[in-house]
Design a protein around this ligand. Sequence first.
Ligand code: NAI
Length: 472
Amino acid sequence: MSKQGAVIIKEYNIVIIGGGPGGYTAAIRAALKGAKVAVIEVDKLGGVCLNRGCIPSKALIASAVQYRKMKEADSFGIKLATPPVYDWSAMRARKDRIVGTLVGGIGQLFKSHGVEHYPGFGRVTGKNEVTVFHDDDKATRLKADSIIIATGSRAVSIPAFPIDGMRILSSDHLLELDGLPQSMLIIGAGVIGCEWACMLSMLDVKVTMVEMLKRALPMEDENTSKLMERELKKLKAPVHTDCKVEEVVPGPEGITGRLSNGKTVDANQVLVSVGRRFNTEEIGLDDIGIKLDKNGSIKVGPDTRTSVSNIFAIGDVAGESLLAYTAVHDGTVAVDNALGGEAKKNYMGVPSVIFTHPEVGSVGLQYSQAAEKYDVAVGRFPLRALGKAHAENEIAGEVMVLGDKKSDKLLGVHVVGIHAAEIVHTAALAINRGLTVSQLGSMIFGHPVISEALMEAAHDLHGMSVHLAKKR
Ligand code: NAI
């Protein structure tokens, strides 16, 4: 069957382009609701999250944390016969095993739910039609009542330092390195930059970061950035903020980065982590009249419908939030609506979780955002005042709680510290359900747990934390 001679082989209720977290979960959900579903995926099922993002990076971060813990064995009363040594290839192999298991799991889930998987590149070729272009130049046409576009995003490359996979890398390349370099220049101190900076530093790589905005993790609260910059300093991974890399040239260690502040940084390799762009090319959007937003993402309404009403876009490619878990949420909305519902996206209380060392977890408004609308009260509790933090030897960080002085409404919670990415979910539920700061603080927390810092920070907002010295 050639491209020209493609025949319609099947009809579906929903055809989904993209088998990442948004696409594959939407497919299973639709199947659970009785729909006949197909998923087209050009690469491996699981998308960036499973294959090149969330899961592999967290597997490697877990290895780095273990290594760091072993280096601190003494402080736990353990004498190691010889200092710990890590084996990067073995760490990578562990990461690959985890990824393999999970990707295989999606295939199994598809089989069990009757979701049909088409390997190949999907292109919308009609309001009710998607064509799959296979590797062997053949094509298959699928008819669909509704189409969901879940094609995701990819790392941005900057012309001044084009990613070549040798000296200038994206995070995709880092995951597959044969060996770690001794030194790394990281351009962009956003989520990926900071996660990798912490991981590489824990694995003894000398890291220098450059961030064009005024602070590391500029998308988080200013207080979080301050705490994170302090921790990066402790890890000996300095950040040049308010600064750009003008150019990357060959240098004594491999490359030299010339910075806009006049300094130079020598390193073996460069990681470019300056954001992502949307995968909207070649998928037939123009032909069918699907409109894009100014930032190049697909324009959708709160119901995830594009400008063509039976075609939906979810996840990164819809531009509102570039997170695996909001893509999953978008998928539930798209499926409900494709099957006749009237669902709308609800991002109220979506946590942000960053796997730096220590972790970051935040939800709701940042201080500067809250101050625009409310008279803001702040409560803080440092982890060093917690028994469990001492037991774990992880006393860095704090919880900051923001509330409205007038109504006591909980506005935002910002956690830096061990398990922050888990702890923040209690706060996320509180914000999602519109609780007050007092309601959060009056919950009885287990003891000893790191989450107690949430309760204490909520009490501190009213000047009532019993584990803080009296304020004058
Ligand atoms: P990002 O948007 O988080 O950070 C990019 C940073 O690079 C920004 O701080 C930006 O100011 C800076 N930048 C841009 N151009 C620059 C230049 N020329 N010189 C210096 N700095 C420059 O993007 P990132 O880190 O690439 O992550 C991509 C996406 O993946 C994000 O949307 C993020 O939310 C998501 N992600 C989420 C994770 C999580 O939830 N734990 C983990 C990893 C990625």
